[in-house]
Design a protein. Structure first.
Length: 387
């Protein structure tokens, strides 16, 4: 099928499914993912993953995190740094331990055991934030805790990914690879936090003084993409740089309501939709996949360990009900896990059975989390989820 027709069909179906689900009281991202599953290789096979859709998906992650950062109050974000750090540490440690233990029980070789532990440890910050945006809970105490923890979770993930990469390399290189990955991430964060606010706000303020009325809009997008690139260049995910840029520019963007609404409409109306629809496209399985003995244990440990880790990390700072919601909000896995799985499979680090199990686990957690969070927020007095 022609590429433009694939884009047209995927976008139209994703928005239609999203609208139908939202009318039923569920987050629209569930419908967008469902559109990818229906149109993708799993069912109709009329839309297939390709470099163009992958690019749109990557830009969608950048747009989602940049706009989410711009919507948040950095003071509220910093106020949650202690609970965020505690939640991130427990949210990684418990699933990692659960993955290692499950690997032992399943009799997996050490490389597959390590891969499983890492795949279960990382939260998809993009999915978590989209759920909070859809439920109008991004700036609540629970929302800021989830975001803070997810950002730190991703930073810890950089180190874990370095360890996994090291396992696949020849002797002598692993230590160098790990240290380089960690040092790059730390250096980027330190430098960006130190000089980023003044530098980015300087460019943004200059754009306001230009004669071209749309210049400030273009500069905002350029700064988001540029920050995402620097983050990726430093060995971290695109999402981290984009989120930090949005956080630093948020006050200026929110003051200009026309600019803020335009960026939100363009981001969520196009690129962000492709990010979630592309997750559905990656969902490819056969009946045999559902019979793999590792599938159910992997899903159960993935969900239970993340909820437990998020709960234990936050319960000393907020109510138990809110801590449980934080744990649920940390459960979605996403594109990073799928990339890790693809690389590990190609390198011969894991087999097709474990690869398929992790792929299904990612989809299940993405679909289950918004439904569980919508139900959970409805039990908290004063929490308006837009129903």
């Amino acid at each position: 099928m022609d590429l433009f027709l694939q884009i047209l069909l995927l976008l139209a179906t994703a928005k239609l499914f999203g609208e139908l689900l939202e009318r039923r009281g569920y987050p629209s991202l569930v419908g967008e993912i469902a559109a990818g599953i229906v149109l993708g290789p799993s069912l109709l096979a009329v839309v297939v993953p390709n470099p163009t859709l992958e690019l749109f998906s990557d830009i969608g992650v950048v747009a989602l995190l940049f706009l989410s950062g711009a919507e948040m109050n950095p003071h509220a974000f910093l106020e949650r740094k202690t609970i965020g750090a505690a939640t991130a540490i427990m949210g990684v440690a418990v699933p990692f331990a659960g993955g290692m233990l499950l690997g032992v029980l399943l009799g997996l070789p050490y490389p597959e055991m390590l891969f499983l532990a890492i795949a279960l440890s990382i939260t998809s910050i993009g999915v978590s934030i989209r759920i909070l945006v859809d439920l109008k809970q991004l700036t609540t105490p629970v929302g800021t805790t989830i975001v803070s923890a997810a950002v730190l979770d991703d930073i810890i993930g950089v180190f874990l990914l370095g360890v996994l990469s090291a396992v696949t390399m020849q002797a002598g290189a692993p230590v160098h690879a790990v240290l380089l990955s960690v040092a790059g991430g730390i250096a980027f964060l330190a430098l960006f936090i130190a000089i980023g606010p003044r530098l980015l706000r300087g460019f943004f303020d200059r754009a306001r003084k230009t004669e071209t009325h749309e210049m400030v809009y273009s500069v905002a997008i350029l700064l988001a993409l540029g920050s995402a690139f620097l983050s990726h260049f430093a060995g971290m995910h695109y999402a981290i740089g984009a989120f930090l840029a949005g956080l630093m520019l948020g006050e200026g963007i929110r003051r200009d309501r026309v600019l803020f609404d335009s960026l939100m409409d363009f981001g969520f109306g196009f690129f962000v939709t492709f990010f979630f629809a592309s997750i559905g496209l990656l969902f490819s399985f056969s009946a045999a996949t559902l019979l793999f003995p590792v599938l159910l244990p992997v899903i159960l440990v993935a969900v239970a360990a993340k909820i437990l880790g998020g709960f234990l990390g936050s319960v000393f700072f907020i109510t138990r009900r809110e801590a449980l919601l934080v744990g649920i909000g940390m459960t979605p896995r996403g594109g990073i896990e799928l990339v890790i799985a693809s690389v590990a499979l190609t390198a011969g680090l894991i087999g097709t059975e474990l690869f398929s199990a992790v792929t299904v686990m990612v989809i299940v957690t993405i679909l289950a989390a918004p439904l569980l969070m919508q139900r959970g927020f409805s039990t908290i007095p004063g929490a308006d989820t837009g129903d």
